[in-house]
Design a protein around this ligand. Structure first.
Ligand code: SF4
Length: 336
């Protein structure tokens, strides 16, 4: 089956059945992104059902294992030392305490545990050993284990893999063209290098971006095209909505229309059909109806827990109530 989606200049033909492709052109991705919304959601949901169980949602918990004081200048981030956001700095947590939090999460049905540290790059020495201890401990609980520690060298990736790391999160954030407006302390190529080191070590990739930072539609399309031309696709694609934090340069960025989230998620689902698409930060700014539309568009993973690193997230009761009312069930862990 082949559909025609119109582009500014020319008709672009896009197959409506799902295919795993890595050669997506920007014009094709734009044509998909600009499809009338209900048609786009319908197509995305059709593709979703070819690759995923439609009533399953993965629940992940994200905690900050080292908070604030980061030397990078990501304009959206309250943990950057460049800005005056109200975030209390905290050194690396005790591994056993982190493992205890993971154990508690596992008891609540959470199947993926993500640990984030505000570093430019993963450290050497004692702190790295502590991170390895955390990974080993969480992995022993049978959970999928993910870390986000900044840039990573190949030997560090290998050691994390040996400790049981399932996934490494490293977001591209936005399009290559818009990247320099948001971050000046590193370049897009640095991100791609870390992603390559992660892949080489046999760790799965969690990589997505943030919408609502003042980017244009073409930047959202550019981000999605970058993700969909990675080979293989990231197994996990977090789509975040900017949380505007006082003290950061993006504190007064204009609010994003929630339907842009739906559109981006549907496009991600269409062009990366086998990946888990995660409705990540910013969920508190979405109504239950908008979240439902995101699920219909192909999101099949969420973060649970009241906090995401340093910003707030819907409480467990709220989430449970929504998932129950939609008849969604938790996805089992694929860690073993
Ligand atoms: S997003 Fe990560 S790398 Fe950027 S400032 Fe925040 S903690 Fe540092």
């Amino acid at each position: 089956m082949e559909g025609i989606m119109s582009d500014d200049s020319a008709a672009v033909h896009v197959k409506t059945e799902a295919v795993l492709r890595h050669d997506w052109q920007k014009a094709e991705v734009r044509a998909i992104y600009e499809t009338p919304l209900l048609e786009l959601v319908y197509r995305a949901q059709t593709v979703h059902r070819q690759f995923h169980q439609a009533d399953r949602i993965q629940t992940c918990q994200l905690i900050s294992i080292k908070t604030g004081g980061c030397p990078e200048d990501c304009a959206y981030c309250p943990q950057s030392a460049h800005y005056e956001a109200d975030v209390e700095r905290q050194g690396l947590q005790d591994p056993q305490q982190v493992i205890a939090v993971a154990r508690d999460a596992a008891g609540r049905g959470v199947t993926r545990f993500c640990m984030g540290a505000a570093w430019r790059e993963a450290p050497k020495g004692e702190d790295f050993e502590k991170v390895l201890e955390m990974v080993r401990g969480v992995s022993a609980l049978g959970m999928e284990v993910c870390c986000t520690l900044g840039m990573l060298q190949e030997d560090q990736a290998v050691r994390l893999k040996e400790a049981g790391l399932t996934a490494y999160n490293h977001n591209l954030d936005t399009s290559p063209e818009f990247y320099g407006t948001i971050i000046t302390t590193r370049v897009y190529e640095d991100r791609l290098r870390t992603l390559a080191a992660v892949r080489k070590a046999g760790i799965t990739v969690c990589c997505g971006g943030i919408l609502g930072m003042g980017e244009r539609e073409s930047d959202r399309v550019g981000l999605l095209q970058q993700l969909a031309t990675l080979q293989p696709h990231p197994e996990s694609v977090p789509i975040n909505m900017l949380v505007r934090v006082e003290g950061t340069p993006l504190a007064s960025a204009p609010a994003l229309d929630p339907l842009e989230m739906v559109r981006a998620i549907a496009t991600a689902r269409f062009i990366m059909p086998a990946s888990r698409v995660r409705l990540a930060a910013g969920r508190k700014q979405l109504s239950p109806e908008a979240v439902t539309l995101c699920f219909l568009a192909g999101a099949n993973s969420i973060f649970v827990g009241e906090k995401l690193l340093t910003t707030s997230n819907p409480g467990p009761d709220e989430d449970q109530q929504l998932l129950q009312s939609l008849g969604m069930k938790p996805l089992e862990s694929h860690a073993r």
